[in-house]
Every structure is written in C-alpha cells, then in structure tokens.
Design a protein around this ligand. Structure first.
Ligand SMILES: Nc1ncnc2c1ncn2[C@@H]1O[C@H](COP(=O)(O)OP(=O)(O)O)[C@@H](O)[C@H]1O
Ligand SMILES: [Mg+2]
Length: 393
C-alpha cells in the first residue's frame, strides 16, 4: 500500500471537521457574536444609548451569563455609528505594562488606525502621551506599543492621557472606554480604581463601561457605599436570557445543523442546564453531537450524562482539593437543589459543623469563587453539571 500523506491528511481533515451542514451549530466558551448571539435586545439598546450619551455603566452578572458578548455587541454598534471605543479585558493583562500597551493600541485604533490615516495619526498619538512606549512595526506595518517595567503612577499617567484623548474625541462623536473583568483591577494596582473615578469626574462626556463577575469584588469596587467608583456608574445587572428565546434558538440552530430538535427537547435542555446561557449552549452542543437526525427529550438527558462523563476528571480534581466540610456543604446544597435557609441547626449538623456560623463561613468561601451562587433568593451549586455529578456520588 502506498502511503500518501497528503490524501491521509485530507481524509482526516474531512472526518474531523465535517462539512458545514453537519458542523455543530452551538457555541460555548468565549464571547459569542453573529448567529450565536441571541436575545438581549433591551440590554443592547440600553447600553448603546448610554455609551453614545457619555453615561457610565457597570455590568454585573456571575461568570458566563454573557457580559462580554453583550458589551462586544453594543461596542460594535457604536463603532458602526463612528463612535470611538477602546476595550481592554483586564484578565488578558498580566501586569501594568500590558494594561498600558492595550490602552495605547486601543487609542491608536480609534485615532485613525485605518491604513490611510495611520501615518498621520501615529506621531499625533505619541505627542499626546507623557510616558512613551517602545514602538515596533509588525509584518503588516502595524505598530506595536510596549512598555517595560511601568510603575503604577506611570501606568496611571498613560490611563490619564488615553482618557484625555477619548475626551477630546467626545466633542465630535461617542467615546467609550470599556474595562472588562473589572473585578481584577485591584490585582493590577490599588490606585487604578480611584484614578478612574477622578478621570470620570474630569471628563464627563466619556462613557466608562466596567463589567465583572465575583459580586463581592464588584461590590467593593463599584457598588457599595465607600467603594472607589461608588455612584459613578449606572448598574446593569444581567439576568438569564428569556427561556422562550433560548428554546427558539436551540430549535433553529439544530435545523441549521440539519437536525430536527423538538420544542420539548429544547425545553428539557434549558431545564437541565439553565438558566446560564453558557451551560445551555454547552449541553445543547453535547446533545447535538450524540443524537441522530431527530433530537427529543431523552437525548437531552443522555447529553447531560455525556457532559458529566467528560468533566468527571475536572470535577473529581476540584472536589478532592476541598476540605471534607466544604464537600459536605456542597453535596447538601446539590441534593436539595435550591436552599433558601442554609443556616439552620439541622443543616449545620448534617454538614459536620457545630452550628450555623461554620456553615456561613463555608458558604462564603464557596461563594467567593462562584462554586455556589444565589438564584431567586436561594443558594445553588452554580454549575449544573457539577451539581448533577455531586447528586450522583
Ligand atoms: N446573547 C447570547 N446568546 C447566546 N449565547 C450566549 C449569549 N451570551 C452568552 N452566551 C453563552 O455564554 C457563553 C459565555 O459568554 P460570555 O459573553 O463570555 O459571558 P461572560 O462575559 O458573562 O463570562 C458564550 O460562549 C455562549 O455560549
Ligand atoms: Mg466575560
């Protein structure tokens, strides 16, 4: 047999990737856009209208509710309307150097990064920066800005200058600074949040959009009295996507992938995995992969078992690192599904604590990393797959 590496690669390529019609039509992981972005009409409209009016907003929700997807969508609309938008994800900034260079790259893109104007705008941009970045050009001639070993006060000067650039643009068109994963700002530098407050006061036409999860950190930064950004931004607390919208989406996308999903199956997927959009898309993806041409409710249950099997090593790993008491609290909550009153003597006894104060400490610790979250005034295990895994122990 003659081994033809090219044919071999082609065959493998086709079998893994599949043709477009049978490619999995759901998407989970990072932010979604285009056909994978649904609902949120009112939130997009609210956010766009505030961005173009220079009003600052803090978007809060637990992880994976769709904050970044929503903000990206609103930013796209504002840019289409010639707005200047700089967007920096703080999780992608390991330190102040990256933070500062992302800000400057963003300013460059808004200043006229379009090819024809690039040469004129670059010297102009550099003139407006009091702390100069090192400048290199990549293969396409696009500039890269880097800072080396910035002290916090210098990073604040860069922030100051970029804010001032946005503010001068704001006289002509909407100007927006987006800081995503804002709960991480304190790790970058304790002076950044107070500096933003001062900048917001100084440049009222710029809309500052901050988004984040980890409610207690967002509270400490923005929402509670005495927080550095208290009263600076309107709050947009993102809830789940309307279930009817989600069901419609699941059915439509299945059809796009050349399979027929019943409404009951879509409803069952939402019931098992909801209400977090990421979890619904995650389960739908698995269900679609495993089912035949017609997807019904039993396929949804089958998909649930599939996700749990796939995640088993991660769940085992995470669970084994917890203390025995945290494990007992977690299993107790998973089994009860929604716990309205966790601070009873009976629940404490079951979890191995002398009384409710111990349970409170455990719940606070498990809530801080979002293993537990609050829904409709009750405590739940945030990840529905982990919750089911715990119930099956
Ligand atoms: N509007 C939406 N429509 C459909 N799916 C969504 C939507 N928003 C979020 N999702 C799902 O949630 C996942 C996480 O979205 P993302 O915007 O990154 O959330 P967050 O920023 O809140 O962590 C996406 O990969 C997608 O599966
Ligand atoms: Mg995000």
């Amino acid at each position: 047999m003659i081994h033809d590496p090219i044919t071999h690669v082609c065959v493998i390529g086709r079998s893994i990737i599949g043709d477009v019609a049978t490619r999995n039509p759901y998407s989970y992981g990072g932010p979604v856009s285009g056909p994978h972005f649904i609902g949120r009409d009112a939130e997009v409209a609210d956010l766009v209208s505030r961005m173009v009016s220079g009003i600052s907003v803090v978007v809060t929700a637990p992880r994976r509710y769709g904050k970044t997807s929503l903000i990206d969508r609103a930013a796209e609309l504002v840019r289409e309307d010639h707005g200047a938008v700089i967007s920096v994800n703080l999780m992608h900034c390991p330190g102040l150097d990256t933070f500062a260079s992302r800000l400057v790259s963003g300013a460059y893109a808004t200043e006229g990064g379009r090819v024809r104007r690039a040469r004129q705008s670059l010297p102009e941009l550099l003139r407006r920066l009091r702390v100069q970045p090192a400048l290199t050009l990549d293969d396409t001639g696009k500039p890269r800005f880097t800072f080396g070993g910035l002290a916090e006060r210098d990073a604040i000067v860069v922030l100051d200058d970029v804010y001032a650039i946005l503010s001068s643009l704001a006289t002509q068109r909407p100007a927006v600074l987006i800081l995503d994963e804002f709960q991480a700002v304190g790790e970058l530098g304790g002076g950044l949040a107070p500096a933003l407050k001062a900048l917001g006061d100084q440049h009222p036409k710029v809309s500052l959009i901050v988004a984040g999860s980890r409610q207690h950190l967002m509270d400490a930064l923005v929402l509670s009295r005495g927080a550095p950004l208290y009263n600076m931004a309107e709050r947009l607390a993102l809830g789940p996507i309307d279930e009817r919208v989600m069901v419609r989406y699941l059915v439509d996308r299945a059809r796009h992938g050349a399979k027929e999903m019943t409404e009951a199956a879509a409803g069952r997927i939402c019931e098992l995995a909801g209400p977090v959009p990421y979890d619904i898309q995650r389960l739908a993806y698995e269900v679609f992969d495993r089912a035949g041409d017609r997807i019904d409710s039993s396929d949804a249950d089958d998909g649930m078992s599939g996700v749990i099997r796939r995640e088993d090593p991660n769940f085992t790993d995470g669970f084994s690192r917890m203390s025995i008491r945290h494990r007992r609290v977690l299993v107790g909550i998973a089994v009860r599904r929604l716990v309205e009153r966790p601070y009873t003597a009976e629940f404490a006894r079951e979890a191995g604590y002398a009384g409710p104060p111990g349970v409170r400490r455990a719940i606070e610790a498990l809530g801080a990393d979002e293993t537990l979250s609050e829904r409709q005034g009750a405590l739940v295990v945030a990840d529905p797959f982990f919750a089911e895994w715990l119930r099956r122990l």
